[in-house]
Design a binder for this molecule. Structure first.
Ligand SMILES: Nc1ncnc2c1ncn2[C@@H]1O[C@H](COP(=O)(O)OP(=O)(O)O)[C@@H](O)[C@H]1O
Ligand SMILES: [Mg+2]
Length: 246
């Protein structure tokens, strides 16, 4: 199958006073359309940096990110923003929901921002909340939802533009094991049922085990891959990870 995402020789350093912190030192990655890919590494290994570069939220020092054949960082800022809004969904560890409005209103936002009618946005939002099994929580505000439910709302929001690519940064980092398991199963079934390509970064073997393939990131470069094939076999991932990360 064709590659949806191609990352070539990506380099990124952060300047902090006189110091330069090398977050990515030359990362290559190809993700086939429809795959569920995990990027696994310890805290500080460069996971968020890489995900932000793939999402066009930050600029690399050098290297290239191509999505569906388009060079993300050679677009104008405006076009990149539109590209991201229309073709990607992003899920963050901290959910990033607006606290003062209901679940359905939060999920509607991407279409409203895109200038579509409230009626159409609401209809689509209800459909997406049904997909994440939350159609009984439409009018709840975020603080009246559990952490797992809030993350499901955020996932529904990420699906609003029927994205080709879903990016998730430690989506279960704030959740208990049971809620985490539900989120992993949900991502797995979205991958199967919607054909969306998913890139999830995580430090947890139990999360990565739900992906088709796991790329191990260490100190800003990939050290190898693991093929759990979506089995949820956390022991396999933990064992292989220990070899690749040390
Ligand atoms: N805005 C920033 N300014 C300076 N250093 C940063 C910044 N963001 C990340 N870093 C550093 O870059 C490295 C990679 O960070 P990050 O991509 O957040 O890793 P991870 O998500 O795997 O924990 C770390 O050493 C981190 O401290
Ligand atoms: Mg991070």
């Amino acid at each position: 199958m064709a590659d949806l995402v191609v990352v070539e020789q990506l380099v990124k350093a952060y300047r902090l006073g006189d110091e330069s912190i090398r977050a990515l030192v030359g990362v290559d990655l190809s993700v086939e359309k429809g795959r569920f890919v995990a990027i696994m590494g310890a805290s500080g290994s460069g996971k968020t940096t890489l995900l932000h570069l793939i999402g066009g939220l930050d600029l690399p020092d050098s290297g290239r990110v191509t999505i569906a054949g388009e060079d993300l960082h050679r677009m104008s800022d405006e076009r990149r923003t539109l590209f991201r809004r229309r073709r990607m969904g992003i899920v963050f560890q901290a959910y990033n929901l607006l606290p003062t409005i209901s679940a359905v209103d939060n999920v509607m936002l991407p279409l409203l921002v895109d200038g579509q009618s409230a009626g159409r946005a609401r209809e689509r939002a209800v459909e997406k909340l049904r997909l994440v099994h939350l159609d009984h929580r439409l009018s709840h505000r975020p603080n009246a939802l559990s952490g797992g439910e809030q993350q499901r709302v955020a996932i529904a929001r990420s699906l609003m533009n029927n994205p080709d690519l879903i990016l998730a940064d430690e989506p279960t980092g704030n959740l208990d094991p049971t809620s985490s398991e539900e989120i992993w199963q949900l991502l797995r079934s979205l991958s199967r049922d919607t054909g969306a390509t998913i890139i999830m970064v995580t430090h947890e073997p139990s999360a990565a085990a739900y992906a088709d393939v796991v790329h191990v990131l260490k100190a800003g470069r990939f050290t190898g891959t693991i093929q759990p094939e979506g089995t949820g076999d956390a022991t396999l991932v933990a064992t292989r990870y220990a070899q690749l990360a040390n």
